[in-house]
Design a protein around this ligand. Structure first.
Ligand code: FMN
Length: 191
């Protein structure tokens, strides 16, 4: 799979097979974040690889998934839960530029994971105070985002739509997730 394929074919995964992800693969994924562009090369982010029970389930309880189709894409412990989470750790007083760093790093991890046959869900709807306690973070740190990761148990599809069409993701009758993406000609102003 080349980079363009991974970038265009990757979809967010919210249902996972119940099998572990090798530490070597998690390390490969996090390494992709390590070498990602960041402002002034300051490298303010750190990572916690969470792949042991009961910590995975504890972290899962502090997350919210796909509100538009809830609860059908909310992972269930022991049935459809991710094998692991990667917590992206940032300064508690993170500036907007650090959020940009985190975004770049997470996208790198999503693409690296996809090339390994793994699926991810980037999670921003997280209970940060609870996670701070669960992960025993220093007061000056926060879990800025989580990335759930595991072997996919669903195959979402994207579909191109006009700029004025609905972009709400939805489930079809076969329980397949459809993710509308605004078509290129409605996004780009060529000058
Ligand atoms: C900043 C950010 C926060 C997100 N937070 C959540 C979240 O809390 N829960 C969730 O289920 N998905 C979350 N997502 C995943 C988006 O819902 C998903 O990327 C979007 O529906 C498009 O699907 P795609 O990734 O397959 O293109 C988040 C994505 C981003 C970029």
């Amino acid at each position: 799979m080349n980079a363009l394929q991974a970038l265009t074919e990757r979809r967010t995964i919210r249902l996972f097979q119940q099998r572990p992800v090798a530490d070597a693969d998690l390390a490969t994924v996090i390494n992709a974040a390590r070498v990602t562009s960041c402002a002034s090369n300051r490298q303010p982010l750190r990572y916690i690889a969470i792949r042991t029970q009961p910590l995975v389930d504890q972290v899962l309880a502090e997350t919210a998934w796909a509100a538009l189709v809830a609860p059908k894409r909310t992972p269930v412990p022991g049935k459809t839960a991710p094998a692991a989470f990667i917590a992206i750790i940032a300064p508690a007083d993170a500036k907007p530029i650090t959020y940009a760093d985190a975004g770049a790093s997470i996208q790198s991890m999503q693409i690296a994971a996809w090339t390994l046959g793994l699926g991810c869900c980037w999670l921003g709807a997280i209970k940060r105070e609870n996670l701070h306690n669960i992960l025993n973070l220093a007061p000056e740190k926060q879990a800025i985002f989580l990335l759930a990761i595991g072997y996919p148990a669903e195959q979402p599809v994207s579909e191109d739509v006009a700029g004025d069409a609905s972009i709400a993701y939805y489930l079809d009758d076969a329980n397949r997730l459809h993710v509308p993406k605004i078509r290129l000609e409605d996004l780009v102003d060529w000058r």
